[in-house]
Design a binder for this molecule. Structure first.
Ligand SMILES: Cc1cc2nc3c(=O)[nH]c(=O)nc-3n(C[C@H](O)[C@H](O)[C@H](O)COP(=O)(O)O)c2cc1C
Length: 358
């Protein structure tokens, strides 16, 4: 029997299968106030064959926004709109966690309240450009957060967690991967602070641990997960000793009794971070990036992971679990419609039954 289709315990929840939909920003989910459109409920409902859905990145407060048409979890209007999403997913018997994503320096003044500078642990400009309402723009040198401001950001994660639960989410995921604010604190290349949030590893991991503490205080460990991406080095992230950094971080994660640790793409073939960190982590381990059905089954059978996370395949195949079970062919993801746009490439990928009826 396929292990993918056996139940698994993730924090408080027993999931009906081990397929997890990866968090995916689509830059078409919300209006300028970060309120999700009704189509967002349709999009996730279509994909609720997953044991667990992890939502796209959602900013905890407006300064965390980094991309056009991305949603928030700060206002009453946003909470009301998210309720439609969680109701739709629950009605189909699935579970959904909200990914809380603060972009930090991977943003642009045009996306910030009052055109302010984006915030970061240190005033170090990331290399590269970002897509704004007026096209591609260079990143800017961010504002270095004061300690009081850091406490404010931590508090925003606490409130985001409270509001996500109020909106009906089954839990929350801290996005500590892909070079956004938490990883900007973790990595020595983007964190040059000389106070208690910078310098030695024990200081650089402090921000992530404080945020988790706040999230767990609101929701309980069984409703909080975390995503990391050692050495993916996305968004101009670089750390001088990532093996030691993540070894220490994961040891500390064990103190929170989290719902799961999600590990995604790693940038180096030299170290098997999956093997390394799974052995270190005491909870449920979610493996993602580049998986297909066969690779996922192999990893689960070998005990390398407890559940498998699928991104692009879920984006293009709303009924991915059904297709896997039937050994059916998969739709090909259309990269040109990943970000922005309308219903095309969002809620119009065909499902098997519709294809067969046609
Ligand atoms: C369109 C798109 C948007 C993404 N947005 C996010 C995001 O908001 N948060 C996140 O943690 N990862 C994001 N990712 C990364 C995915 O969660 C996943 O880790 C990655 O796609 C690798 O898995 P895959 O090979 O199964 O697609 C995104 C990926 C894609 C394709």
């Amino acid at each position: 029997m396929s292990k993918l289709f056996t139940p698994v315990q993730i924090g408080r929840y027993e999931l009906s299968n081990r397929l997890v939909m990866a968090p995916m920003t689509r830059s078409r989910a919300s209006d300028a106030d970060g309120v999700p459109f009704d189509e967002v409920a349709t999009y996730y409902e279509q994909r609720s064959g997953a044991g667990l859905i992890i939502s796209e990145g959602v900013y905890p407060s407006a300064s965390g926004k980094g991309y056009v048409s991305t949603p928030g979890i700060e206002t009453e209007a946003q909470i009301a709109a998210w309720k439609k999403v969680t109701h739709a997913v629950h009605a189909r018997g699935s579970r959904i966690f909200m990914q809380v994503m603060h972009c930090g320096r991977i943003s642009h003044p045009s996306m910030q309240p009052g055109n302010a500078l984006p915030v970061a642990p240190s005033a170090i400009k990331p290399a590269g450009q970002t897509w704004t309402a007026t096209g591609q723009q260079d990143f800017v040198t961010p504002h270095e957060l004061t300690v009081a401001e850091i406490k404010g950001v931590v508090e925003s994660y606490r409130l985001a967690t409270r509001r996500a639960i109020e909106a009906g989410f089954d839990g929350v995921e801290l996005h500590a991967a892909s070079g956004y604010l938490p990883e900007q604190f973790l990595a020595s290349g983007s964190n040059r602070r000389t106070d208690e949030y910078g310098g030695p590893i024990g200081n650089r991991i402090r921000f992530v641990l404080e945020v988790l503490q706040a999230m767990v205080a609101e929701a309980g460990g069984g409703r909080v997960g975390i995503k990391i991406s050692p050495e993916m080095n996305f968004n101009d992230i670089l750390d001088e000793n990532p093996q030691a950094l993540y070894w220490e971080l994961v040891e500390q994660l064990n103190l929170f009794d989290l719902a799961y640790l999600q590990m995604t793409r790693q940038g180096t073939p030299e170290i098997d971070y999956h093997a390394l960190l799974r052995s270190r982590f005491k909870g449920t381990y979610l493996m993602g990036a580049g998986l297909d059905q066969a690779k996922a089954e192999t990893a689960l059978e070998a005990g390398k992971a407890d559940a498998a996370v699928f991104g692009e395949l879920f984006l293009a195949n709303p009924d991915l679990p059904d297709r896997f079970q039937r050994g059916a062919p998969l739709n090909t993801p259309d990269r040109s419609t990943y970000y922005g746009g309308d219903a095309k490439g969002y809620v119009d990928y065909p499902v098997l039954q519709a294809t067969e009826a046609a």
